[in-house]
Design a protein around this ligand. Structure first.
Ligand SMILES: *[C@@H]1O[C@H](CO)[C@@H](O)[C@H](O)[C@H]1NC(C)=O
Ligand SMILES: *[C@@H]1O[C@H](CO)[C@@H](O)[C@H](O)[C@H]1NC(C)=O
Ligand SMILES: *[C@@H]1O[C@H](CO)[C@@H](O)[C@H](O)[C@H]1NC(C)=O
Length: 348
């Protein structure tokens, strides 16, 4: 299998990139934030970048990511998945494959576990790091859309309640190290999906669910907004001149979900109760370790430019290996280097 770094969009060679980094870090005065082709941004097509961004890998002295003294997930994490709606076996296998590879030790470099190493740099008050161990726990199928095909942020908690209180095979209740992942199929509408979010994380309210459980929701955008939430495997029509990349597991909706799932799990681990690691003054609208790097998947990434990725012999594009599969996963903020980093970086 041929592997190598390719320039999907025109990008200068590494020495030039390093020079640009220096230059841009001197010139850049705007705080960074991640990028996705959200519908409300489409009027500014002239601003789309075809090459390395001025928000180069998020590097900025203006990002003040701070620890707010709350707990982080230092105990072994078990991910309990709820499959809401209609899911193919092949789709479940891609997502399980990704989850299983977070702690896998024998994946080829650059690997998903190498990506998780950046998340492990975060600690709690006692100096304990985020755990190395993430394993797939129990699963629950909600095939018949128990709460309908249109969910709100609150009704999502009711779906989780149904899963942990089911009369047959309920999901285990594990507030210390359990992480609950609700995945909705492509025909389920969720509040703010596609307009403002591709996924989010929070914790459940005891008044609704009976427990405080860290959870994340991620939707399959394939039928609703693949150009937003499955970018860059699908490109919105207004982005003329950009070619979609071929997805590594043959399902652009699910391959697009992988990066969102990674984003949410990284943030859940470092900010499970939304009182630990985040930037910004407003705890009700925190900028977290993956928000800072959304849309950045490789060296030089920023704006609409993904950064330098890898190209398989089948033409698929990816940046990490895991359990015999390939995935495209966004980078996360590195608290030691003070910029976004990932295992496929060319200059770290
Ligand atoms: C897009 O460009 C217009 C005109 O230059 C500007 O008024 C608007 O604020 C820009 N929108 C965004 C989201 O940057
Ligand atoms: C734990 O976090 C500290 C502080 O970021 C870091 O120096 C250390 O390398 C981390 N340990 C592991 C095992 O990642
Ligand atoms: C945590 O996971 C590691 C394997 O990664 C295992 O050796 C260890 O026993 C686990 N600890 C607990 C408390 O389950």
């Amino acid at each position: 299998m041929r592997q190598g770094c390719v320039h999907r969009y025109p990008a200068p060679p590494v020495p030039v990139l390093l020079l640009l980094t220096l230059l841009f870090s001197l010139l850049s005065i705007s705080p960074v934030s991640g990028w996705r082709p959200w519908p409300h941004l489409q009027t500014n097509t002239t601003d789309l970048e075809y090459g390395p961004s001025k928000k180069f890998e998020g590097s900025s002295e203006f990002v003040h990511l701070r620890y707010h003294m709350g707990p982080v997930l230092t105990a072994n994490i078990t991910v309990h998945t709820i499959w809401y709606g209609t899911w193919q076996k092949s789709q479940k296998r891609i997502i399980r494959g990704f989850l299983n590879s977070i702690s896998s030790v024998d994946s080829k470099h650059p690997s998903v576990s190498g990506w998780w190493k950046t998340v492990r740099l975060y600690t709690d008050q006692t100096g304990a790091n985020i755990t190395r161990a993430v394993r797939v726990g129990e699963e629950k199928n909600d095939r018949f859309y128990s709460h309908g095909k249109s969910l709100t942020r609150l009704s999502i908690q009711s779906v989780i309640k149904s899963a942990v209180t089911a009369s047959t095979r309920p999901l285990p209740v594990n507030p210390k190290s359990g992480l609950y992942l609700l995945l909705t199929s492509d025909d389920v509408h969720v509040q703010d999906f596609c307009g403002q979010v591709c996924g989010f994380h929070y914790f459940t309210f005891p008044s609704i669910v009976g427990y405080t459980l860290p959870y994340a929701w991620v939707g399959n955008s394939a039928k609703q907004c693949p150009g937003v939430c499955a970018y860059p495997f699908v490109v919105p029509v207004y982005m003329t001149g950009f070619k979609p990349l071929k997805s590594p597991n043959g399902d652009s909706g699910v391959d697009g979900m992988i990066s969102v799932i990674a984003h949410e799990i990284a943030e859940l681990a470092t900010n499970p109760l939304v009182n630990a690691w985040y930037a910004g003054q407003d705890p009700s609208f925190p900028t977290e370790i993956a928000d800072l790097c959304e849309g950045i998947y490789g060296t030089g990434g920023g704006g609409s430019y993904t950064g330098q990725l890898m190209d398989g012999s089948d033409g698929a594009t990816y940046n990490v290996n895991g359990g015999g599969r390939r995935f495209l996963v966004q980078w996360v903020w590195n608290p030691v280097l003070n910029y976004c980093s990932g295992p496929n970086a060319l200059d770290q």
